[in-house]
Design a protein around this ligand. Structure first.
Ligand code: SAM
Length: 291
């Protein structure tokens, strides 16, 4: 068995022998810290029958740790120039399949059907930071195909996910994540755990998908439109954010009445509303007859 890539000396040697340098445009920061790798795999709670979807295997570092525990690892990588190095570093792991492509264009349901008899996958990844939010939202909206997500992200994004109403970090991302999953901070990670070092602190987060969302609302699309409209103008009154939003058909009076019917002050700012208040407001507005 080859030594594991989490060892910095070995990682540098592998990169050198394959003539690879990290590509900034793909957000490549390779992990070189065994403790962080172990904590990530631990938080992902991988059982021997599991099929894990990894996003961006890079040179195969986290992939090796995942493949040691899971029945199957499917890793989606956009950078084809990593093919030789991955063939080398993953040669001792026959349970890994690499799919070459963009995770945002990958059919996750197809992978679950082909590789896991349609059962949900566990996702584990050191994410490319330039597309953290679209990847997370795409994974969360992929409903039934994913049971849990354990990811390395920017610490600043972790703070936004965990934020409470009325704080500067609280926003559309907080509410989107909290609608679909229970977020948990696993650990903070210093830039020195990566090669090359990113310019920001990072964090490992675990998102455990809810079977049922924690709030009920009749029209999820309307609720998320209200959320986006309120945070687009977060310093303004919620009612103005909604009325000035081109996509929403409500008058000021209708929004104020809906707020009052939910026992919310009509001059409230959107950034103070909880997820269940947005759900209630959405239900009140979806009952309004539009002129
Ligand atoms: N997993 C490796 C590690 O931990 O050392 C590499 C992580 S690196 C932060 C992010 C990886 O995602 C890179 O390998 C990069 O090429 C890949 N990547 C970037 N954009 C991607 C996309 N749209 N779809 C799939 N992989 C992508």
């Amino acid at each position: 068995m080859k030594p594991y890539l989490g060892d910095p000396t070995y990682t540098i040697a592998v990169l050198k022998s394959h003539g690879i340098s990290a590509r900034k445009k793909y957000g490549q920061n390779f992990l070189i810290d065994r403790a962080v790798l172990q904590d990530t795999v631990e938080a992902a709670d991988i059982q021997e029958e599991d099929c894990v979807l990894e996003i961006g295997p890079g040179i195969g570092t986290l992939t090796q740790y995942l493949a040691e525990r899971a029945r199957r690892v499917v890793a989606v990588e956009i950078d084809r120039s990593l093919q030789d190095v991955l063939e080398d570093t993953l040669s001792g792991f026959p349970n890994v399949r690499v799919i070459w492509g963009d995770i945002l264009k990958t059919d996750i349901g197809e992978i679950a059907k082909e590789e896991n008899a349609g059962r949900p996958l566990k996702v584990a990844a050191n994410l490319p930071y330039y597309i953290t939010t679209p990847i997370l939202l795409n994974l969360l909206e992929n409903g039934a195909w994913i049971s849990g997500i354990t990811v390395m992200i920017q610490k600043e994004v972790a703070d936004r996910i965990l934020a409470v109403p009325g704080t500067k970090d609280y926003g559309a991302l907080t509410l989107a994540v909290q609608y679909y999953a229970k977020p948990e901070l696993v650990r903070v990670v210093h830039p020195s755990s990566f090669l090359p070092q990113p310019g920001v602190d990072s964090a490992v987060m675990h998102l455990e998908r809810y079977g049922e969302p924690p709030v009920q609302c009749a029209d999820k699309t309307l609720m998320f439109s209200l959320i986006r409209a309120s945070f687009n103008q977060r310093r303004k009154k919620l009612v103005n954010g909604i009325v000035n939003n081109a996509g929403l058909p409500y008058t000021k009076e209708q929004v104020e009445n809906a707020l009052v019917s939910c026992s919310i002050r009509p001059d409230v700012r959107g950034e103070t509303l909880t997820l269940s208040q947005f759900a209630a407001l959405s239900d009140a507005l979806s009952a309004v007859a539009i002129a």
